[in-house]
Design a protein. Structure first.
Length: 172
């Protein structure tokens, strides 16, 4: 149930805290606007790549997982859970599907047999090559529309976002 503060309480709020609340609301709106812009940027850069991914019978979560695996030769399930923001049970089902489709393989860690490692099969590696090429071509077509100065500003902004994201990842 929504609790509405009484008038006495509202009288204690000074102009400074009203200002802080207004600034906080502006900040929240700005963050939401940035997230919306990043989502639009992602969609713009992915472009036709998304259609190609679906032609290979790969859904969004599977695609993100394959991209995460391709960064390393093999990854543990724990690392993948963190990378793709899924719970272990959901990731296990997802990996089962990728194994059935022939894109991923499981193996036990030679040092610790309790640990399951996930890697790409040849089919998975070929898929990533095709999709990476498509993404690269589409992204270059988009970025070529920018002037030299806009290009520089764009990559500086991306680097700043990466640095800020790393800072925000810290434990609360």
């Amino acid at each position: 149930m929504l609790r509405i503060p009484n008038i006495r309480f509202l009288n204690y709020i000074n102009t400074e805290s009203k200002f802080n609340i207004m600034e906080t609301n502006k900040g929240i709106k700005m963050v939401l606007d940035i997230l919306k812009t990043l989502f639009e940027l992602k969609n713009s850069l992915i472009g036709q790549t998304s259609k190609q991914v679906h032609k290979h019978n790969i859904n969004r979560s599977e695609f993100i997982t394959l991209i995460s695996i391709c960064d390393n030769e093999k990854k543990s399930m724990t690392e993948l859970c963190s990378d793709v923001d899924l719970k272990l049970g959901s990731l296990t089902t997802l990996i089962d599907n990728l194994v059935k489709k022939g894109y991923a393989k499981r193996e036990f860690d030679k040092k610790d047999r309790r640990k399951v490692l996930v890697g790409l099969t040849i089919k998975g590696k070929n898929f990533i090559k095709i999709i990476s090429k498509s993404f690269e071509d589409n992204s270059l077509r988009k970025i070529e529309k920018l002037s030299v100065r806009e290009n520089k500003d764009f990559f500086e902004a991306i680097n700043i976002l990466k640095k800020m994201t790393e800072k925000l990842k810290g434990k609360d």
